[in-house]
Ligand binder design. Structure first.
Ligand code: SAH
Length: 354
């Protein structure tokens, strides 16, 4: 049987019951155009406003190490990129980033790094405990890759609140084209289920326009989100990095990334969705447009200026030359320019908020 779909009808359907089939998602993605996008975004904004008004939550991102044992083909800090000047921040460095962040109004600190064995579980636990002791009204989010259930549990028990681990792509074959053989989509997804079971607020996500990605892959990503029910979903365009095997692959587009943000808002109405730095990198107004497509979080950089340029996941990453304070002022202005307001609080998911 041949099914005839209509994008506007499918968007209405998604708005009503937050659920579509893989074919329906694929159809929408293949037929995305300015009209379907506008229609989707107006619905996505309405849903965002229903749960979060025009509030935008800020997270202070601390990129504490760019050492990585993995060799993901897309990533600028992959192990085999010998052009990277590697760095590590000490616990003391990290705490002074938090100190500055706290003064600037951040109540969530996101600790992100490559998969760096130098930071043993004891070190990570000590960093978490110290941050929670100094800033008891703040949330700690980890984004340090794939670990065992026991490791995730130890971090959680020492006070970590949230964990970000993008699944990158839900399709096994596609996953294998983006990653070395020792990594698998299956293990990455299992990590996410473990994190949920332990009790974290969990964030996942994927790159839009990554090499070899098809609309069907993106549809599978949406079904995986629906199944996992993460609290947060971070997506951004793939952007090539000159020192990787994908140096000459075309980057993802802003239009498709925004469209996916809109679909995620309708699929997971209460999700926390960041408007990412990668989106701001491919277009100077990308982050504003992301919010207008349904996102409600921004993650300004709190890393020390001296290391910013060394955490280059992709070429031309923005905000690598600005002090944290400048980034916050700039972000507040950007959000106000679109009628939104940056909020000083932890910004928990509605199901966790007291
Ligand atoms: N080691 C951590 C953090 C990874 S960096 C982990 O494994 O989760 C955070 C995210 O940056 C990745 O999950 C990936 O989706 C994104 N990223 C990496 N390289 C990128 C590129 N070239 N373009 C766009 N996004 C990229």
């Amino acid at each position: 049987m041949i099914k005839i779909y209509n994008s506007f009808f499918l968007i209405d359907k998604l708005e009503k019951n937050s659920r579509l089939t893989a074919d329906e998602y694929s159809f929408l993605i293949k037929n995305q155009n300015p009209n379907t996008s506008d229609y989707l975004f107006s619905k996505a904004r309405k849903i965002r406003e229903r749960y979060y008004n025009n509030d935008v939550y800020i997270r202070g991102l601390i990129e504490f190490s760019n050492y990585c044992k993995n060799d993901c083909l897309y990533c600028g800090i992959r192990r085999s990129n010998s052009n990277v000047q590697r760095y590590r921040l000490s616990e003391k460095d990290i705490l002074s980033c938090c100190d500055e962040g706290y003064r600037l109004g951040f109540r969530t600190f996101v600790l992100q790094s490559g998969e760096d064995g130098y930071y043993t579980d004891d070190k990570i636990v000590s960093i978490i405990k110290e941050i929670k002791k100094c800033f008891p009204d703040c949330a700690v989010t980890l984004s340090i890759g794939e670990k065992t259930f026991e490791q995730y549990k130890a971090y959680f028990d020492s006070g970590a609140d949230r964990y970000l681990l993008r699944h990158e792509t839900a399709d096994n074959e596609h996953y294998n084209r983006l990653h070395p053989q020792d990594l698998s989509a299956e293990n990455r997804k299992q990590c996410l289920w473990n994190l949920k079971e332990i009790g974290y607020q969990v964030g996942t996500g994927f790159m839009v326009g990554s090499p070899f990605q098809t609309p069907e892959n993106l549809a599978q990503d949406m079904l995986f989100l629906k199944e996992l029910q993460p609290h947060m979903v971070g997506i951004g365009p793939f952007i090539s990095h000159k020192d990787t095997p994908f140096a000459h692959m075309p980057s993802g587009t802003m239009e498709q990334t925004l469209f996916m943000i809109g679909l995620i808002r309708l699929t997971l109405p209460t999700a926390l969705i960041p408007s990412t730095t990668a989106l701001g990198t491919i277009n100077p107004m990308g982050r504003e447009k992301g919010i207008l497509a349904g996102a409600n979080v921004v993650m300004p950089n709190l890393s020390p200026l001296a290391v910013r340029k060394k955490y280059m996941l992709y070429d031309n990453k923005i905000c690598t030359g600005d002090e944290s304070a400048q980034c916050v002022v700039c972000m507040k202005k950007r959000m106000e320019s679109i009628g939104c307001k940056v909020i000083v609080n932890k910004g928990d998911h509605v199901s966790f908020a007291k």
